[in-house]
Design a protein around this ligand. Structure first.
Ligand SMILES: [Ca+2]
Length: 262
């Protein structure tokens, strides 16, 4: 960020000395097309440091830092970027967008990437995208080895998660429940969240930077994680997973975004 600010100041000085008209359109265009050495993330992106987590019996190692959304993507954010709102519980701008397909969620990431690249906020190779299943679970656990980031039993669920026990059969504003230790809200409950992996049985061995099967193969479904308003807390554990066709949207599945290299 500091480098980018310094660049802007330099661009203004060059324009001022060269033309005598200050930081005008030409300088602004030059700044917008400039590449930065580190990403300038959107507001409410939380940086996650690379590391290892224990997924049931085997370690999973992530070798690259990444940023992940502090909140699920809201209806208002989706409407602003895509110009439409597919949600079942419509007209609730601070609730998570739902009934959004994997394809539509991916398109949102592509459009945000294009916008941020146009603003000069992304170094070459960085993009907004859906999290891998491993990135999602690592971020959800926030260092915990328990079933939930808040513990190994259902106690404490009401403070941290909107699930069937407390949600009154609807979504709720993002961020209303307590976050995990890394500051992420609604990792358990509110809406389930799309991940980028094709679904197959999770490999029973140590893994490094897993991205799931390269292609769908015989499987035709994408993974989603974390439980939602439609089911009890017992189904919202950090390692639990479910799947659906990437072209389908349903009123209990939404997403959050990651900023990283591919
Ligand atoms: Ca969620």
């Amino acid at each position: 960020m500091k480098c980018f600010v310094n660049f802007l100041i330099s661009a203004c000085l060059i324009a001022l000395l060269g033309s005598g008209v200050g930081c005008g359109n030409d300088a602004s265009k030059a700044a917008a097309s400039a590449s930065v050495s580190v990403p300038v993330p959107l507001t409410n992106m939380v940086r996650i440091t690379a590391g290892t987590f224990q997924r049931i019996r085997f370690p999973v190692t992530l070798t690259r830092d990444f940023w992940i959304g502090k909140y699920e993507v809201s209806q208002g954010e989706f409407q602003t970027v895509m110009g439409l709102n597919p949600s079942h519980f419509t007209g609730l701008s601070n609730h998570p967008v739902e009934k959004v397909s994997f394809v539509a969620a991916s398109n949102y990431c592509v459009k945000v990437t294009a916008q941020e690249r146009g603003q000069g906020h992304l170094p070459e190779g960085f993009e907004y995208r859906l999290p891998t299943e491993a990135e999602w679970e690592y971020a959800c656990r926030a260092g915990s080895t328990n079933r939930f980031y808040f513990g190994s039993t259902l106690d404490g669920g009401d403070a941290h998660a909107w699930t069937a026990e407390n949600c009154e059969a609807t979504t709720h504003p993002v961020g209303a429940k307590k976050p995990n230790d890394w500051g992420l809200h609604d990792m358990h409950g509110n809406v389930w969240e799309w991940c980028s992996d094709w679904f197959e049985p999770y490999p029973a061995k140590p893994l490094t930077d897993p991205t799931g099967p390269a292609t769908s193969g015989t499987n035709k479904y994408k993974v989603f994680k974390g439980g939602g308003w439609n089911q009890d807390l017992q189904y919202a554990g950090a390692s639990s997973r479910f799947m659906m066709s990437p072209s389908n949207g349903i009123h209990f599945v939404g997403f959050r975004i990651v900023l990283s290299t591919r």
